[in-house]
Design a binder for this molecule. Sequence first.
Ligand SMILES: [Zn+2]
Length: 82
Amino acid sequence: MARLSDKERQRMSDYILKVIPEPEEGTASVLVQKNKVPTYKGDGEDNYLCGKCKFTICEKIKHGQFVNIVFKCPNCESYNTI
Ligand SMILES: [Zn+2]
């Protein structure tokens, strides 16, 4: 694959996650970050934002990297799914 130019590398996409009720214990994989920083930082091109407060829960995710995962927003404590 050709090397990306700087301009292409900056083409990030923001995705708003879907807020869901707290999953019952044992029914979902929940990632929790206690500090108010993104739960996950990678080197992909997608950002995942909390559906309630728009906090950046995941930064630079590779497209399709996470499936069937629930993120607890470190800012407003909502449960978000992809
Ligand atoms: Zn939030």
